[in-house]
Design a protein around this ligand. Sequence first.
Ligand code: GUN
Ligand code: ZN
Length: 442
Amino acid sequence: MKKAIRGQLISYYDNPFSKPVEDCLYYEEDALLVMDGGKIIAVGPASRLLSDLYRDVEVTHYKDAIICPGFIDCHVHYPQTEMIGAYGKQLIDWLNKYTFVAEQKFADEAYARAAAEVFLKELIRAGTTTAAVFCTVHPQSVDAFFEQSAKIKMRNIAGKALMDRHAPPGLMDTAQSGYDQTKSLIAKWHGNGRALYAVTPRFAPTSTEEQMELTGAVWKEHPGTYLQSHISENKAELEWVKELYPERKSYVDVYQHYGQLGPRAIYGHGVHFTETDFRTFAETGTAIAHCPTSNLFLGSGLFRLERAMTGSPTVRTGLATDLGGGTNFSQLVSMNEAYKIAQLNGYALNAHKAFYLATRGAADALYLGGQIGSLAEGHEADIAVLDLKATPILDYRLGHAETIEEVLFAFIILGDDRAVRATYVAGELVYERDRDTLLETF
Ligand code: GUN
Ligand code: ZN
């Protein structure tokens, strides 16, 4: 059945890093957005649509709110939800001390299912409607995740971590078992409802060369699937990769050598990228997931967003939390930290560019720009409703804001999950903050 929401609305149909914002932003002060069958079937000025075709449609009117595309998180680890904010270590020690301990528990499918539920609820509470998600090495952790995700029909990308060295025995597969399990998980989940599969080599140091070969092979054998991993996050990690792969010219060259770059490959971090690295990513159509809260929390470094988005050639880049290295589910918080990182790099990241990176830009990085990330006719109806009165200080600050850009920037600096009043997935209201409607569904 058709239903509609009404209110102030923003969406991006093009890239404000490369064009004037007027040529990228769709802004309507009083919009009507009509949904049917999980898709947006009309969006435009409420006065026109209500007086015409959609006179009889059921409308939820969001006053004091901004309707925007549901956020997209390009890189996140659901099994790390329980260890968010683990204190005091940089990447390699943090992985060994906290991450690899937590992830071993996901051999138990019931445990994994419960964790996936908590994780998905947090995404939805943060207004995030799509994520590229790392599961653990256990195939059952992928089943648990996608089964929960299907209950609210989310378009999520996920996959089983591949790791056959430098990890505890409870967290390793073999090159062959990783390959076989990946193949059967792809058959089971890729394109099943809204699920999309990502071949998921954790990162080069935890795979043998044999596993790296088979990982490239299984990805190539399944066109349309994703590949996700980590790259160039931490200086000690870079040194380690040099030791482990002495014949390769660079960290990027490792993945390229094993056939792991290309469209639908998404790599977290790229903090220590050289110009050659950026160029190789650009030329192969590979995407970077920029993970601001994680890069700061783990002391990894300052990603050069300006180079990725405005250098030549540009690199597909989307915003990500990288939780549990990242410290917050809210992409508003990721934007806030991205702004500060850009400041330290001498670049002013404005609100439109930041919102773009978590909506349309992220969708384009994931090659899903025609389906999600924008509020446009024919797109899937994944929507966040932001509350202009979410907190007293936001309300007060917005009383002194004059442009939509100022309003969005205030959300970035003052907002988090509290700012999300409602979330729609595939045209269904799955979360209402004030009634805590969430997820009786689970
Ligand atoms: N590199 C390899 N695994 C991980 C992980 O789980 N988190 C982060 N931030 N980096 C990684
Ligand atoms: Zn990560």
